[in-house]
Design a binder for this molecule. Structure first.
Ligand SMILES: CCCCCCCCC/C=C/C(=O)SCCNC(=O)CCNC(=O)[C@H](O)C(C)(C)COP(=O)(O)OP(=O)(O)OC[C@H]1O[C@@H](n2cnc3c(N)ncnc32)[C@H](O)[C@@H]1OP(=O)(O)O
Length: 292
């Protein structure tokens, strides 16, 4: 039921975005022709797709950007040649700055709830994907950026960047399914430390607690992600998928059974004066930092 609703929202979003997103066959490589902000290539010899995020300046996740990501994920999910997807960034030094804070600051209520539903859909698609998913983290990855990375099966990160759920530092609360995703990745004690303090960890610190699986130099991230993917694709597919589903189903179901309530909670929370004030101050500080 929840999956059907997610799909119908996705279809609706597709119409709203209203652009042609046909996949073009270019020899053995499929390339989406749709958008400047998202490039998806697929090598149908290996079955490996690469999704490259390219929404300057910081790959922040707006409603439209997440809609594009969801459409691409949905397509890859149904593409029978596709076996794995590597998610990376085309923007130097930034994987993703997380949710677009401007979506939550002084929002229009209808758009705010659509924004949150689209984020839920993105997580459900990615965390529940039948595909092997690898995050090639080639830049900073706060909050929603970390969520995208943690939703994958494996994380490779270059040194010199930060990753973490820093929500409390903005005066906002990481939603239960962000926390669940982190607990799934690093366990409850480390999650409690990271989430309460809103820690942004260096690549090395993240690797030490298992938030990142492998650290490789920036110029080797792409090749290492492909090599890692090849090793995952050698495992018998049904056995691997059933194992993934067994581990992830209870976490997915927790949100699936209370999606509407979660949207309502989020909207009520985000519209609070105190939260709006915190977000406003945080945005102001980001701008000040730029001038310094
Ligand atoms: C009950 C349930 C409760 C639910 C309660 C609610 C739960 C919500 C969960 C929230 C999840 C999130 O992801 S919240 C988002 C968390 N994200 C962050 O805190 C990241 C903040 N950004 C950064 O730290 C940095 O920008 C970083 C990404 C490292 C890049 O640094 P740089 O020096 O390269 O770039 P900057 O100069 O800082 O930024 C360039 C421009 O991008 C803007 N920018 C940066 N991050 C942005 C962002 N996330 N959204 C919008 N805009 C952003 C800056 O303001 C600048 O805008 P101009 O000045 O106009 O050029």
């Amino acid at each position: 039921m929840a999956a059907r609703m997610a799909f119908s929202r996705l279809t609706r979003s597709l119409c709203e975005v209203g652009r042609s997103r046909s996949l073009l066959l270019q020899s053995a490589r499929w390339v989406t022709s749709a958008s400047k902000t998202l490039t998806v290539t697929m090598d149908d010899k290996t079955g490996i797709a690469e999704m490259s995020l390219n929404r300057p300046p910081v790959n922040s996740l707006s409603l439209e950007f997440m809609t594009e990501i969801n459409i691409a994920l949905e397509k890859l999910e149904h593409e029978k040649f596709c076996r794995g997807v590597i998610i990376t960034s085309a923007i130097p030094k930034i994987f993703s700055a997380g949710l677009d804070i401007l979506e939550m600051y002084q929002p229009k209520p209808e758009r705010l709830s659509e924004f949150w539903k689209t984020l839920q859909d993105m997580w459900l698609l990615l965390f529940g994907s039948r595909l092997t998913t690898i995050a090639a983290i080639n830049g900073h990855s706060p909050a929603g950026g970390a969520l995208v990375a943690m939703s994958c099966d494996y994380r490779i990160m270059a040194p010199g960047f930060n990753i973490g759920l820093n929500e409390t530092q903005l005066g906002i609360v990481p939603p239960f399914w962000f926390i669940d995703t982190m607990m799934h990745t690093i366990g409850s004690r480390q999650t409690e430390l990271c989430c309460q303090k809103g820690l942004m960890l260096s690549t090395e610190e993240a690797a030490r607690i298992g938030l990142v699986d492998k650290v490789v130099p920036l110029d080797q991230i792409a090749s290492e992600a492909k090599a890692e993917m090849q090793s995952w694709l050698k495992i018998p597919v049904a056995a691997k998928l059933i194992t993934k589903q067994t581990i992830r189903a209870p976490i997915l179901e927790k949100l699936q059974t209370r999606q509407e309530a979660d949207v309502q909670n989020f909207c009520n929370f985000a519209m609070k004066d105190s939260v709006q004030k915190s977000l406003g101050m945080y945005l102001e500080n980001l701008k000040k930092k730029q001038k310094e």
